[in-house]
Write a protein that binds this ligand. Structure first.
Ligand code: KG4
Ligand code: ZN
Length: 338
């Protein structure tokens, strides 16, 4: 059956909606980012996130329909992110989508946010199975071995912080703004991605990631250099030079960690035919370039989604819903957010 799916994504700090046609692909992909709301706190404040979602969800859904040139009557199925995420934020999206499905009598299917990211590079690319996928965002860092649509095994996660979280927390420490990733990258580029401080890359005994040690290493390295006062929790060296050097060294270190893990993963999963790099951190051009070089050495094709499909979006939720419907998944009005 030809489906016209309206998908909603509100798991964190983006209110997003997308209309997806099983014949033509993504017809619209709109979102409202709450970055300006959370910026002053250096991270997402859950209560503020929920309140912003409730305000924006109606207009965003209307805009998605309008941009796709369709009406609610044309929609054949609804899809919504039901986990994982901030409970208050997930509640807004799921309740809104359930209300639409209940009122129109159309089916609705819940989608796991991480499955959305894992297949986000497939929206525009024909990736050969099986392939390896790294999802790196503000909340998650995982690696999957993907054998088909909806068929995947988690082969690595982070034992503590996510990669995006490391960028964000260290940016907060340096007082350079939020979200940290793009700001660190810009400062690193100004110093030509030179590695000044050679931060520890961590143990490379398993595929799992760990980024909290890196944050501590950066902090203690700054204390050692007399640039940070641990007791007063205050930056003592507020110079652009220090901020740029830390950013550049951090950027190179995180890219190296990804390259090391990828080389290890292809040794453990030699039947893998490609690598995908997805999630907000996949917007990072330096990490992309390093991973491209590493995969070229392995003669493996490398895929990254367009930046609009890297950060949180509803098109990836619609894409997953589309193959699940094609695989015969039934709708339900009784799913939970856990
Ligand atoms: O996927 P996303 O929008 O939301 C989550 O699901 O978390 O990812 C947001 C994360 C933030 O931590 C942000 O710092 C990071 O992605 N990010 C980047 C870049 N752009 C966004 N990290 C590194 N380099 C970037 N250019
Ligand atoms: Zn995400």
């Amino acid at each position: 059956m030809n489906e016209l799916i309206l998908a909603i994504e509100t798991s964190c700090d983006e209110t997003a909606a997308s209309v997806f046609s099983s014949e033509k692909g993504v017809l619209s992909n709109v979102l409202h980012s709450q970055i300006s709301l959370h910026k002053q706190f250096g991270g997402v404040v859950p209560e503020l996130a929920s309140r912003s979602h409730i305000e924006k969800i109606g207009p965003i859904v209307q805009e998605a329909l309008q941009k796709a040139g369709v009406t609610l009557d044309d929609i054949t199925a609804f899809a919504v992110t039901n986990k994982p995420g901030l409970p208050g934020s997930l509640m807004i999206g799921t309740c809104f989508a359930k209300a639409l499905a209940g009122a129109t009598g159309k089916k609705i299917i819940p989608i796991n946010h991480l499955e959305g990211h894992a297949f986000s590079a497939n929206i525009e690319h024909n990736i050969p199975f099986p392939f390896l996928c790294i999802t790196a965002s503000g909340g998650h860092t995982s690696m999957y071995y993907i054998t088909g649509f909806g068929e995947y095994t988690t082969i690595a996660t982070t034992t503590d912080d996510a990669a995006g979280e490391a960028f964000d927390k260290i940016a907060k420490l340096l007082g350079i703004g939020y979200p940290g990733g793009p700001l660190v990258e810009k400062r690193a580029a100004s110093l030509n991605f030179e590695d000044f401080y050679n931060y520890p890359r961590g143990k490379n005994t398993t595929l799992d990631f760990s980024f909290s040690g890196l944050k501590t290493a950066v902090l203690y390295d700054m204390v050692k250099r007399g640039a940070y006062d641990l007791q007063a929790k205050k930056l003592l060296d507020d110079s652009e030079e220090l901020k740029n050097k830390v950013s550049s060294s951090l950027q190179v270190c995180i890219a190296n960690i990804f390259v090391q893990k990828v080389i290890m993963a292809f040794k453990e999963y030699p039947q893998s035919k490609a690598l995908a790099f997805v999630g907000g951190v996949a917007c990072n051009k330096y990490i992309r370039a390093q991973l491209l070089t590493a995969t070229q050495r392995l003669s493996i094709p490398f895929f990254v989604p367009h930046p609009q499909y890297c950060t949180d979006n509803a098109a990836m939720i619609a894409f997953v819903a589309n193959y699940k419907l094609a695989q015969g998944q039934e709708g339900s009005l009784t799913f939970d957010i856990l």
